[in-house]
Design a protein around this ligand. Sequence first.
Ligand code: GRF
Length: 221
Amino acid sequence: MATPRLVILISGTGSNMEALIRASAAGELDGRVVAVFSNRPDAGGLAIAAKAGIATEVINHRDFADRETFDAALAERIEAHQPDLVILAGFMRILTASFVRRFRGRLMNIHPSLLPKYPGLDTHQRAIDAGDSEAGATVHFVTEELDGGPAIVQGRVAILADDTAASLASRVLAIEHRLYPYAVQLFCSGRLTMNERGAVLDGQQLPETGVVDAQLQRVAG
Ligand code: GRF
């Protein structure tokens, strides 16, 4: 099989994107990052991708009259790179149903909570305010329901008594950088697909939490 072609969408720092680029360069990913798109011209991740020799492109949502026309333009430009998988990595725009349908089964996102808990924003503060004992992140296939598509893998961290949203976010982010290359590799190796009932790994329907792998929970350092 040809090497899977990966397109990554970012809006900001791009640390998850960087983890994927690193994994690919290290030979840990049977996939090649062929392009990085940002809706924000000032996204820090653009320089990181360019330095790694990856094509970057800004499609500024402010240049479009509405969500539909922005998404249509974005989809066209993404298709030009013939991606096998489109990876949302801190892409802070809600995508339209027509965009999601177009890339159905080959569109992934990472969300900083243990979905189905806390879809949307401010996930870490919400987990702290609720008195939760743990937080985490979920990689999932994207469907038309916001942060609601089938989970592929989850990583958990304990919430400490003195945690702030920022301190918790940085520990969760360290887990994210392991989870995303792991999930993308499952896809690239042909082991992971999506059907109408959810995510399927090695021919088995995954549970609501996706894979919970003890190895992935350990944060280095
Ligand atoms: C991550 O926490 C991710 O889960 C969320 O946005 C953040 C992006 O961080 N969707 P980065 O740009 O990858 O550093």
